[in-house]
Design a protein. Structure first.
Length: 827
């Protein structure tokens, strides 16, 4: 019976029926249909709650209704029968009772298997047979007559099956075996109640799987086993019942997945094959496939997060209490074309002569400075303006709250100014334009504003939204107006941060200092960085040993938006790396180790960023035998001119391959082609369309834009020159004498040495000289002073040295360390 029909009959909802089935540890076929046995149990349970009536009581009601008129209406026929034929009445009644009651037992069995029969099919009593003539054909009186005459009564199984009973059920009554002896009359009169159903009800998890055509109403021993076709047709269907939650790291191999879900590897491979995936036990499975495969085995995948991901999520997803949020200083980046006066303008603001310390007056690294004013504090970032530091400027744009675009009023917008505009827009930050050098006679602010409007930077006095402030780094004119504009923009942005949690931020520059180790300049974006914090920066870890502000004064802590220098990192991180403060040193080292493994795997997989610098390095290492280039130009004539100039480069020993040349902007197809072929894109007087920019955000491809053909040719020439075999030149570094040889259980053979000349460095290339001849050539694997690992030992000091793959060291041997310089050849 369908649940929908039962719900309509009892005037209840389907959801209520399903919940009741679940409480009784029963279930419906496909969630829609229930068997007669289950229906009987369900009706009894609902009747206990006052919903509907019991099935057995509904069956007994017609019988009681028939008995009352039977006693009154059949009184006269009984008396007549006693007068006419007394010996016939008892035997006839007994025979009739036997004949009519046996089908009643059959009906009970049928009802238990297929539900209650229609009322019209109920066998009549012998006394009522004379009154209910239409029902008489259901049971023929012939056996009673024969028995009255003394003949043997016919066996019940020899009776013809009544046709009126085979309407609702589909069960063959002839196959039901009845007792050979006639049943006594008394047990039939007893009220039959099916308190225990024929269906064995067990918990769902222990219930065996149904076979094809199994209705659930037969005894367990009579149930047919699932056919092979039914088992084969199961396929990768989802497991029924609640799914078990298991943590599984993603990606995961087929072998490890089978262990996690407690399945045989062959079963997992077969399930993958059913999904149309041919795999082996060592193949990695992605997150989507793992979810689908696990669901087919009744498992819900809980993705396991690494320690690194947990800490990153803690910093990025932690919701700050609004009561803890405090206003912070804006981080402002100065960007623009080379020599347009960015550093000089910032120098004027800081009242310090920073530009004099730069090489050639050009900013070589990103510098961060904090300027305190009565109206508030502003943190400034000064990014390099020339094209060689484009990547650094891009990082500067992504850590800033605002960009001050410095444009010389006498020169206007230049190529690197356009790049700065693109970086600022990519960072989705507001732009304030500073028109520098307005004190010059050749200054033309209106021309610059027109150029800005052409780049969708419409000035406010031209009904736009971009603030344009005229300034002079030389005279100081307009500086106050520029600072007021910056503070106004910051007020609109409503910049706030929580200074009470663990710190996180970004590296703006880093270098190695002699005697101090790795020094990193950071911008704290959230939280407070304190001395002694365990910190993770990219693939490196460390402990903050000391902090210095932008004036190189030691401090104990640094809050949000503060520029700070730190000591204590294990290595020099790259500019643009994020840093996070973690619980302890052990956690920091574990996270750093995981990141180093990822970098190693990425390098092995060949998915590193393709840039001219890295191509040049790979060419020198011999990994690339040809340089592949995609050229895009404004017109076909420009492309032909570039190809002609490149063809003039002598390439007898090297190879230059043009993967694609076309006129027009750089599009997404060009980016994908360059990524697949490990090529660089050389764009001449063209832009990058929106789809290409979106593709570049997820595809590591280097796109170089040029305005002068000579610049494009020179970049390609330098990369091609790396294909030439370089000249090798050896430089002496140091010489040590072996005075003692120690054999340690952990370190192996250690040479006790004295540095005679120069210095000795860890990991340096060395030669072991014995009697004037080279006994071994290799590198230093370990360098110690007492028990500490050191990077180098100066002349006149003792040290312990372990040489890789060499344990035949003898007292008196000489170790010479040297560097090999590769001198590139020119074309």
């Amino acid at each position: 019976m369908h649940i929908v029909d039962l719900a309509k009959e009892l005037k209840i909802t389907e959801v209520f029926i399903l919940e009741k089935l679940k409480a009784l540890k029963l279930r419906a076929k496909d969630g829609k249909e229930i068997t007669p046995g289950v229906e009987m149990i369900l009706r009894d349970a609902l009747a206990d709650e006052g919903i509907g009536t019991r099935v057995v009581e509904e069956e007994e009601a017609p019988k009681k209704a028939v008995k009352k008129p039977k006693a009154a209406a059949a009184a006269k026929p009984k008396a007549a029968a006693q007068k006419t034929d007394k010996p016939k009445s008892p035997s006839g009644a007994k025979a009739a009772g036997k004949v009519t009651k046996k089908p009643a037992v059959v009906e009970k069995i049928i009802e238990a298997k297929s539900g209650p029969l229609p009322k019209a099919v109920e066998p009549p009593k012998p006394a009522v047979a004379a009154q209910k003539q239409p029902v008489a054909p259901a049971i023929k009186p012939a056996p009673a007559a024969d028995h009255a005459k003394g003949g043997a009564p016919s066996a019940p199984r020899d009776q013809p099956k009544p046709e009126a009973r085979v309407e609702p059920p589909k069960i063959d009554v002839s196959k039901i075996v009845l007792p050979a002896e006639p049943l006594p009359f008394e047990p039939v009169k007893k009220k039959v109640r099916f308190d225990q159903p024929f269906v064995t009800v067990k918990p769902l998890v222990k219930k065996r799987r149904r076979g094809e055509g199994d209705s659930g109403s037969f005894h367990r021993e009579n149930r047919p086993s699932p056919t092979a076709a039914a088992m084969a047709g199961a396929g990768p269907s989802l497991a029924q019942g609640p799914l078990q939650d298991i943590e599984i790291p993603v990606p995961i191999t087929v072998k490890d997945f089978a262990v996690r879900v407690n399945q045989k590897m062959n079963a997992v491979l077969k399930r993958l094959l059913d999904m149309g995936i041919f795999a082996n036990i060592n193949q990695n499975l992605g997150e989507e496939l793992v979810q689908k495969l696990a669901a087919s085995f009744g498992v819900n995948v809980l993705k396991t997060k690494s320690q690194e991901e947990q800490w990153v999520d803690l910093h990025q997803q932690e919701k700050d209490d609004p009561a803890l949020l405090k206003p912070r200083a804006p981080v402002v980046t100065f960007m623009g074309h080379v020599d347009h006066g960015k550093t000089s303008l910032l120098d004027r603001i800081r009242c310090a002569r920073v530009a004099q310390g730069e090489h050639g007056g050009i900013t070589q690294h990103i510098g961060a400075y904090s300027v305190r004013m009565p109206a508030g504090t502003i943190t400034f970032l000064d990014t390099p303006g020339h094209a060689a530091f484009t990547a650094m400027r891009a990082r500067g744009a992504h850590i800033t709250d605002m960009v001050v675009l410095v444009v010389a009023a006498d020169e206007g917008i230049m190529p690197q100014t356009e790049e700065a505009i693109d970086h600022a827009r990519a960072a989705n930050v507001p732009i304030v334009v500073a028109l520098n050098k307005i004190d010059k006679k050749t200054a033309d602010p209106d021309r610059v504003k027109k150029q800005l409007a052409e780049h969708d930077l419409l000035p406010e006095d031209w009904s736009g939204k971009v603030g344009v402030v005229g300034v002079s780094a030389l005279t100081g004119d307009g500086i106050d107006a520029l600072l007021d504009r910056i503070l106004l923009e910051a007020e609109v942005l409503e910049l706030k941060a929580n200074a009470s949690k663990k710190a996180s931020g970004i590296v703006i520059e880093a270098h190695l200092s002699k005697g101090r180790g790795a020094i990193a300049s950071l911008i704290v974006q959230s939280g407070t960085l304190k001395e002694g914090d365990a910190i993770v920066v990219g693939p490196y870890a460390g402990k903050v040993k000391a902090l210095f502000d932008d004036h190189e004064r030691p401090i104990k802590e640094a809050g949000p938006s503060a520029p700070v220098e730190i000591l204590g990192l294990s290595e020099v991180p790259a500019a643009g790396e994020m840093f996070y403060v973690v619980a302890d040193d052990k956690t920091a080292r574990a996270i750093a180790l995981v990141r180093q493994e990822k970098i190693k795997n990425t390098k092995l997989s060949g998915s590193a960023r393709v840039s001219l610098e890295e191509l040049y390095a790979q060419i020198q290492e011999g990994h690339i035998k040809e340089l592949r280039v995609v050229i895009k130009g404004d017109v076909q004539g420009s492309i032909e001119a570039i190809k002609e100039e490149l063809s003039k480069i002598p390439t007898n020993e090297v190879k230059l391959k043009f993967m694609h040349t076309a006129a027009g902007d750089v599009n997404a197809s060009d980016v994908i082609l360059a990524m697949a072929s490990q090529a660089i894109i050389s764009a001449f007087n063209v832009d990058i369309d929106a789809k290409a920019r979106a593709e570049l955000e997820k595809t590591p491809v280097d796109v170089r834009r040029y305005r002068i053909i000579y610049d494009a040719v020179e970049d390609v020439r330098k990369a091609l020159e790396g294909l030439l075999a370089p000249k090798l030149k050896r430089h002496f570094v140091g010489r040590v004498e072996i005075r003692n040889v120690l054999k340690l259980s952990k370190s192996g053979i250690v040479a006790g040495c004295y540095v005679q000349k120069g210095k000795i460095r860890n990991k340096a290339q060395v030669e072991v000289l014995r009697n004037g001849e080279v006994a071994h050539a290799g590198h230093i694997s370990s360098l110690k002073r007492f028990k500490d690992d050191v990077k180098e030992v100066a002349e006149g000091f003792e040290c312990g040295i372990t040489i890789s793959n060499f344990d035949q060291i003898q007292v008196g041997d000489i170790i010479e360390a040297f560097d090999i310089e590769s001198i590139a050849r020119k074309l």
